[in-house]
Design a protein around this ligand. Structure first.
Ligand code: GLN
Length: 244
C-alpha cells in the first residue's frame, strides 16, 4: 500500500468528521407554490422564482437558520403536497378557507386578497349580477373557482391551470370574464391591452402559509418568525417592493 493510499484511508473518516463537526449545514425549508401569480410568485428572466411569497419565505427561513428551496407546481396540488410532506410549507397567495383548514393548518395571515372580475373593455358585464349565464374563466381549485361554481353552476366555469391561461382564453373569446385575485389581476390587465377590472369586489380574503397538520413545531416557528418580520417592518418592505 502506498503512503498516499494509507493517508487517504486515515484521512477519510477525519474529513467526514470535520464536515459533520462544522456541519451547521443548514436544514432545508421546502416551499411549494404556483409561480404564475404575480406579484406573489413569478419566474424572472433567470428562471428564478421571485415575488412577495418567495421573499417572505426566504426571510422566515433566514430567521430559522434554514435554507429555502422552492418547488413550482399546479395550484390544485399544493394542499396535497404539503399534507403529504412533499413540501414543508405552501405560500401561494393562498386564501384561508374552512375547507382547506380540514386538511392543513394555516399560519397567521400576512396579506389580504380580493377576488375581482376582469372583462374586455367593451364588455356588457358591469357588476357581479351580470355574471349569470356567462362563461367564467378561473384558475382550477382557487377560491374564485369554488365561489363561481357554487353561485353560477359548474357549467358556468371554465377551469385553467393558471391565471395566464385564463387570461389568454378571455382574450380569444373562449370565456366572457376571469375571476381572480386583485393583485395578479392588475398585473394581467397591465400586460394585456383591452382588458379592465370591474370596480365591484367579489370577495375579500386572508392569505396565509399552509403547513401540515402534524407539523405543529414548524407552525409555531413560522408564526414567531412572521411576527418578528412584521414588527421589524420587513413584511411591509417586501410588499412595497412589488406593490406600488
Ligand atoms: N387566493 C386564491 C386561492 O387561494 C388564489 C391563489 C392562487 O391562484 N395562487 O384560492
Amino acid at each position: 500500500m502506498t503512503l498516499k493510499k494509507i493517508a487517504a484511508i486515515v484521512m477519510a473518516p477525519l474529513l467526514v468528521f470535520a464536515l459533520v463537526g462544522c456541519g451547521e449545514s443548514a436544514e432545508t425549508l421546502t416551499m411549494g407554490t404556483n409561480a404564475a401569480f404575480p406579484p406573489y410568485e413569478m419566474v424572472d428572466e433567470n428562471n428564478q422564482i421571485i415575488g412577495i411569497d418567495a421573499e417572505i419565505a426566504a426571510a422566515v427561513a433566514e430567521k430559522l437558520g434554514m435554507k429555502l428551496e422552492i418547488k413550482d407546481m399546479a395550484f390544485d396540488s399544493l394542499i396535497t403536497a404539503v399534507s403529504t410532506g412533499n413540501v414543508d410549507v405552501v405560500l401561494a397567495g393562498m386564501t384561508v378557507t374552512p375547507e382547506r383548514m380540514e386538511a392543513v393548518n394555516f399560519s397567521d395571515s400576512y396579506a389580504t386578497g380580493i377576488q375581482v372580475v376582469i372583462v374586455p373593455e367593451e364588455s356588457v358585464i358591469a357588476s357581479i349580477d351580470d355574471l349569470a349565464g356567462k362563461k367564467i374563466g378561473v384558475q382550477s381549485g382557487t377560491t374564485g373557482d369554488i365561489y363561481c361554481a357554487d353561485e353560477f353552476g359548474e357549467d358556468a366555469v371554465a377551469r385553467y391551470d393558471n391565471g395566464a391561461l385564463a387570461i389568454a382564453a378571455l382574450k380569444n373569446g373562449q370565456v366572457d370574464c376571469v375571476v381572480i385575485d386583485n393583485e395578479p389581476a392588475k398585473n394581467f390587465v397591465a400586460a394585456n391591452e383591452g382588458l379592465k377590472i370591474l370596480a365591484t369586489e367579489y370577495a375579500v380574503e386572508d392569505y396565509a402559509a399552509a403547513i401540515a397538520k402534524e407539523n405543529t413545531e414548524l407552525l409555531e416557528k413560522f408564526n414567531t418568525a412572521l411576527a418578528e418580520l412584521k414588527a421589524e417592518g420587513k413584511i411591509d418592505e417586501i410588499v412595497g417592493k412589488y406593490i406600488k
